[in-house]
Ligand binder design. Structure first.
Ligand SMILES: *Cc1c(COP(=O)(O)O)cnc(C)c1O
Length: 230
């Protein structure tokens, strides 16, 4: 059940306060950390809430779900794909999303680049890295990141904004901390090796956003803390 807008607004204010507190602890400016509202499983109205609250974009896991919701939204907002993408859906994803965060193979890079070229657009992407080495998660292996980045940077119709990761599910908070620190180090290393900014670090969800911000996250992807349990 979707909460009322007022309930959503007070939850969002709470998340913003959490972001601000984590920024204070890490001597960062809260404007450096974007709140991405994850609307998966919720109706199109959830995206309208996010727009009304002033957020830039929402995150969706499945291409088809976003395709179905978009016509029902009454307000303009950006759409980011955060769930696993199959190559045969790359064209549809390039049409319906403003950015794809879940790019984890050369094959997918090639399909997205071709799709973007056909559409005559530059598609912003993030490379998803399995920084926690979780067998249950998608994402490129850490060791494969340099080659994947090199391939991505050579694709004319893609713009590489940075990296995304999902921490392994664990009761031990140090697992998420290590995962986020690993991605941050990898980004810093590759940015200097390739001489590109790779500014975006999409990491942190409802349960681990503080650890992510301490490690340098520039975007937290928040679902349940905004809309309730799915
Ligand atoms: C569902 C999801 C989120 C949001 O998770 P919450 O725990 O509900 O905040 C963030 N990122 C990805 C990739 C997701 O699939």
């Amino acid at each position: 059940m979707l909460p009322t807008y007022d309930a959503f607004k007070s939850r969002a204010d709470g998340v913003r306060a959490q972001i601000a507190a984590a920024c204070l602890r890490s001597h960062r400016d809260p404007v450096e950390v974007e709140l991405l509202a994850v609307t998966k499983t919720h109706p199109a109205e959830a995206a309208d809430y996010a727009a009304r609250y002033g957020l830039r974009a929402v995150g969706e896991n499945r291409v088809q779900e976003a395709v179905e919701k978009q016509p029902h939204c009454t307000t303009r907002i950006g759409w980011e794909l955060i769930g696993h993408l199959q190559s045969n859906k790359a064209k549809l994803a390039a049409v319906h999303f403003d950015r794809v965060q879940s790019v984890d193979s050369e094959k997918l890079l090639n399909h997205l680049d071709q799709a973007a070229a056909t559409l005559g657009k530059i598609l912003p992407i993030l490379l998803q890295i399995n920084a926690g080495r979780d067998p249950a998660k998608f994402g490129a292996e850490i060791e494969d990141a340099p080659r994947l980045l090199e391939t991505a940077l050579a694709r004319k119709n893609l713009r590489i904004d940075g990296f995304m990761t999902i921490a392994p599910l664990s009761d031990d908070p140090s697992v998420a901390e290590r995962t986020f620190a690993t991605l941050r180090t990898l980004r810093d290393d590759l940015a200097s090796r390739f001489g590109v900014p790779l500014r975006e670090l999409s990491m942190g969800m409802s349960g681990d956003l503080e650890a992510a911000i301490l490690a340098g996250s520039t975007q937290v992807r928040i679902g349940s803390a905004l809309y309730g349990l799915r």
